[in-house]
Ligand binder design. Sequence first.
Ligand code: XMP
Length: 525
Amino acid sequence: VVVVLDFGSQYTHLITRRIRGLHISSFCLPAGTPLDKIQALKPSVIILSGGPHSVHLENSPTLPEEFFSYVQEQGITVLGICYGLHLIVKLLGGEVKQAEHQEYGRMQISAVEGSRLYGDAGSINNQTVWMSHGDEAVKLPPGFKVVATSTQGNIAAIENVDSRIYALQYHPEVTHSEKGTETLRHFFLNVCGMKADWQMQNVLEEEIKKVTATVGPDDHVICALSGGVDSTVAATLVHRAIGDRLHCVFVDNGLCRYKERERVMATFVKDLHLPVTCVDATEQFLSKLKGVVDPERKRKIIGAEFIAVFDEFSHRLEREIGKMPAFLVQGTLYPDVIESCPPPGSGKSHSHTIKSHHNVGGLPENMKLKLVEPLKWLFKDEVREMGALLDVPVSFLKRHPFPGPGLAVRILGDVTQDGALDTIRLVDEIFVNSIREAGLYDKIWQAFAVYLPVKTVGVQGDKRTHSHAVALRAITSEDGMTADWFHFDGKFLAEVSSKICNSVRGINRVVYDITSKPPSTVEWE
Ligand code: XMP
């Protein structure tokens, strides 16, 4: 196992992903994790990530005092990256200074002959790498030597082979470092002698075993299916483990996309054979949302109503099976887990709510359900890989994300305003179908239509109209945290616009959203 200690770099998750991509097991822990917790994972390599701090500053994150004696005793190899390099140099008796010429962006580096870090892997000896740092090592600790320098003459990599400590000033994990993956592969397989034997099939089998061991033989488990990839893959895995002691519910809250209920139920039942109850709660949700225009209130109402439906479902189940379910399946992913324990001083904080993203996390305490979270260690792309092993249809696994509150945050103002739900469903369907037909669906992270509560003047069939305008939004993104608008060609947009105005009653204007995130958010509400 490779443990990545997170010192707050924006690339930390990427390191873990790259390592797993090499078929080596890797987990990320916050800097400041006590040594016994690190040791519980029995790491053979520990990576010290980059970070936004300077080792000179007071309170900048550091390593436990006994860290280096611990790694020596356990025979663990250490690799520092950027801030990780500065920490190693400073803590082992070298010197780090603010760089005279700060290095940002692409740099050319070359390795010296005969190093262990680059060794005989000739192809990585000269490479373009991605640097981003303000500090530099000016004096190395005893036992270390420089093994690569940048064309500006700065230190790019150091090593102390006897102590098994290595460090890079650049970021091999980012794609701008052209031979970064090769460098990491050489490091893990040749320098550290690790085996590339981490396979998704093994992870799947292990998680199934864990579920079987956690859930007692008479226990029942419930799961809310949203129609999204994560809850579907989690439920399918748990179903493999415990069969029909799993009880799923899909809630149609009246805020779903065009034919969503029929489509997802077909996948759940016909393709995946999941035991699932479909609850039509349209009236219940829409009556509570009538007249509500504030986006946060909409989210709160939807969250509370969802809990009420779910509670009712569990009580119904209790009557049927004679006992309360004991466990709840959640499709929590690794980034949610990592971000819920930000490393000290990383500046990450969840205190500022931009939108209160509700998920099933807020279930009532008195239900006393224990959690089953079989995807807790996986990244999104790994969940897709696992889903494919579980025979979840590929088209389903590639679905764009859809927000929990559904069309309620895509209809600005009152969700129940005249015909808005049916109108936006049709517009959305036309837009997304056109994207599919143009072969662009997989290039786009999310695409949807927004109902605008404004009427504009138009001329249709020689008649003046005064109808609603809709907005289309399509973005590219890695994780929804930042996004860019998708650059369709004008012909595509013109065709979509006329399809919408010609076939959706009550719409006479289509606009395309050309804002990135930030400054906008992905959803309009
Ligand atoms: P924003 O609009 O915050 O969206 O830039 C980022 C991603 O989150 C989705 N989103 C939500 N998902 N409940 C959810 O489950 C919500 O309340 C919610 N609001 C936004 C959005 O679709 C995008 O993928």
